[in-house]
Design a protein around this ligand. Sequence first.
Ligand code: NAP
Ligand code: G4F
Length: 322
Amino acid sequence: MPTAIIMGITGQDGSYLAELLLSKGYKVVGVARRASTVTYERIEHLLDKISVVQGDLTDQGSLIALLEEHKPTEVYNLAAQSFVPTSWNQPALTGDVTALGVTRLLEAIRYVDPKIRFYQASSSEMFGKVLEVPQRETTPFYPRSPYGVAKVYGHYITVNYRESFNLFAVSGILFNHESPRRGLEFVTRKISDAVAKIKLGLARELRLGNLESQRDWGFAGDYVDAMWRMLQQDQPDNFVIGTGQTHSVQEFCEIAFGRVGLDYKDHVIVDERYYRPAEVDLLISDSSKAGKILGWEPQVEFKQLVEMMVDSDLKRLSAKVA
Ligand code: NAP
Ligand code: G4F
């Protein structure tokens, strides 16, 4: 039975990846940082099937100890300070975790067992002020936030350890992916949660930033499958993963409010507090390399994704008010 370590097990992607790896017969060890309360909401249904152990990307010793104890064949680094606005308020922390954390993990692999296969969660935010549309593996980077800058570092240190030390280290350049388990501060889940609250009479308005912002949004469950496929190849490489379609925040609102018979114009208020110091441009993926080499294609379409998220929040909140 192969063993996989998932850094960031308590996050959105960690929970979906754990489900996928369990279904493939892996022993799954999830790493969570110590908190004063448990943060296992997304993995509660998996706790009898996986081991959850403590570790932190800012602590080199904890990473070495993890690998020595659990002897994984694969390590997935999904851990990061992942919220773009926070990266302007906490740029040094973002650099320490999201950038240097990758080096600490690669160093632990090099020291304990260089045969371990490594996945780095890179991001379309690295393309930022885009230099080519659509974006592919060869598109130059131009990050527009401290988060994007940190992810560029994480990407290149992964490539560098592959080339310097012959590690099987891959970088998955993933475009936005969402789900009912998405964090509440990200725009898609902020909208689906607010739609459910407004429908149930628990709220009346939703304050958002730039409604014209566009993203290439896919379903997280589809994207973790691409991560696993990348680690099953003969050679380590970089892959762009996305849907190849872009939609605006306004379009997301139209479908989400429409799902419950409401008009977003009656409830959404544009609030400049949610504008960013710098925005990214037209993010659209070209994942044809992943289609050809990994045999990967997205399965869930945009409208389906929006409706899935609204339905889930409505169900969750209806149960609470009942
Ligand atoms: P997420 O829900 O924010 O999860 C991030 C995870 O990292 C959480 O488990 C968090 O733990 C953990 N973490 C934060 N700081 C840590 C530290 N110092 N040591 C150890 N763990 C730490 O993010 P996600 O949406 O699942 O995304 C997974 C990865 O893909 C992230 O690296 C993200 O930057 C990247 N990515 C995401 C997308 C997307 O659209 N979702 C697209 C491209 C790339 P706590 O629960 O304790 O906070
Ligand atoms: O949902 P968002 O906060 O996601 P963002 O910044 O694209 O980052 C996510 O995707 C990246 C992949 O490209 C990941 F690497 C990263 O970790 C994260 O998962 O914002 C999406 C768009 C932005 O253009 C933002 O300006 O929505 C716009 N927006 C408009 N109003 C808002 C709001 N975003 C948030 N969070 N809150 C608003 O009220």
